[in-house]
Design a protein around this ligand. Sequence first.
Ligand code: ZN
Ligand code: ZN
Length: 315
Amino acid sequence: MELTLDAAAPNPDEGRPVEVLDRSTKRPTDRELRLERNFALAVAVLPFLGVVAAAVWHAITWVDLGILVATYTMTGLGITVGYHRLFTHQSFTCPRWVEGVFAIAGSMAVQGPVIRWVADHRRHHQFSDKEGDPHSPNLVGGSMLGLWHSHMGWFFSEQKTRIRRFVPDLITNRMLSWIDQRYLWWVIASVAVPAALGGLLTWSVEGALTALLWGGLVRIFLIHHVTWSINSICHVFGARPFHSRDLSTDNLWLAIPSFGESWHNAHHAFPTSAVHGVGRWQLDLSAWVIGGLEAVGLAKNVRRPTAEQLEKRRV
Ligand SMILES: [Zn+2]
Ligand SMILES: [Zn+2]
């Protein structure tokens, strides 16, 4: 199998017959499908109920806010630096223990186990905005329906990504497989850690419960919708400064909450780049973190497009 992670390489699946797409996905058994859908429903609904409960029951305290910001940053970077730029696109290398930290932090964002997430995202790049893309907003009829599908609707699809086809490098990584198989542990930790912190910092049960709501469920809700907005909004609205094979866009207003992931057109133009905010003033916290790790010797082989490569792809 061959991954097309290099923007300059032709897409091997473009224009290929339908059997190629069949090899990318499979339909799970009815039981598996029911289980997956129930889990997806819980993941979509419970954080929302947490937001309602938090808003109605208790105003946010400074302790809750501190825990929310800390856990949002930690789990958000787990997704953007770990799941996305490191594991999916191999935009840098790092020691195994750093890989482990990012895989666990990403798992605590409750967006799925690392290997599944990476497989879905590589499939997204392989077929971007074409038949076979798991979450393109541009294939489903009607713009609102397309946005819904790319934002959350695709979780309920009957077609699941064939893991082996897209992540042969990760399924042989024993540490990542170990973390991946214990996904439920990290989901529980994702709400238990904020609750424990809140309880300890305020020395009260009420403090534990409000931290569980704000630092747990509300934070998961926020990080979910920011990540999902990259899949939906950043393939419909916004600027397209670079040539890419799809309809990906850049959106300035999402740059801060998404830690730089909303420079999504640049990302599709240069998928293996560790930097998505390639312009001088384009905020990209994830790239700064990778640069920081590089400065202290914890990240190596950091890939960045040259000025010449950028110019060549500019619209
Ligand atoms: Zn995309
Ligand atoms: Zn990507």
